[in-house]
Write a protein that binds this ligand. Structure first.
Ligand SMILES: [Ca+2]
Length: 120
């Protein structure tokens, strides 16, 4: 939800009225890259969730948007624009072998067209 508020700022003798928008501002909800099961954390359940989606027809974690930072990009650990078993392997290497983190980082990011699934 976006809230629009008019605020008057006094700079010296001059008042300035500005409009401030707070909330999601249309960017979508915030999600954690790699959090396939949308529980707000990344652990072994997430690469298993991705494999389930890819090979078993489990729930669809990617259909909430297709722009950068959206559902599919959030599971694309390699950042090559495709979802494959490689992304699950990269996730497991990150979790257990000190491999590189998700291509989009390790912090919650706005996701176009997706509901929120992490803080903020
Ligand atoms: Ca998770």
């Amino acid at each position: 939800m976006t809230t629009i508020t008019n605020v008057v700022l006094q700079l010296g003798d001059q008042p300035y009225e500005v409009t401030v928008a707070t909330g999601d501002c249309g960017k979508g909800g915030r999600r954690l890259p790699g959090d396939c099961n949308l529980d707000g954390s990344v652990n072994v359940a997430d690469p298993l969730c991705l494999l389930g989606f890819l090979f078993l027809g489990d729930h669809d974690p990617v259909s909430c948007g297709d722009a950068a930072g959206s559902g599919e990009a959030l599971l694309d650990w390699s950042g090559d624009g495709r979802l494959s078993v490689t992304d699950a392997v990269i996730a497991l290497r990150y979790l257990f072998l000190g491999g590189p983190p998700h291509a989009l980082g390790t912090e919650c990011i706005p996701t176009a067209g997706c509901p929120a699934a992490c803080g903020g």
